[in-house]
Design a protein. Structure first.
Length: 94
């Protein structure tokens, strides 16, 4: 790749992935489906655990907040990094 004048390259790394969708409950369980090695079987999205939230926050938060926290928790656990030291980018689609 050739860069033009004034252009720079930024290194980016993905250290962990979180996934939660109908029939896809977690990255490790879903990889074979996404790779086409196992058939997709739609199921209901499981209730989010979001175990890193204190119990009172889990009760007060919406499902979408708990799903986001659960997916972020899965990604950070995969990365092996300390969540207090990680700059984050959250993205979702749907």
């Amino acid at each position: 790749m050739q860069l033009g004048v004034g252009e720079t390259v930024t290194d980016v790394a993905i250290d962990g992935i979180g996934l939660l969708a109908p029939g896809l409950s977690g990255w490790r369980e879903s990889r074979a489906v996404l790779a086409g090695d196992r058939p997709y079987r739609p199921t209901a999205v499981p209730s989010p655990e979001a175990s890193i939230l204190p119990p009172n926050e889990r009760r007060r938060s919406s499902d979408s907040v708990r799903w986001a926290v659960q997916v972020a928790q899965e990604a950070i656990e995969q990365s092996g990094l300390d969540p207090r030291d990680v700059p984050t980018v959250f993205a979702s689609s749907g």
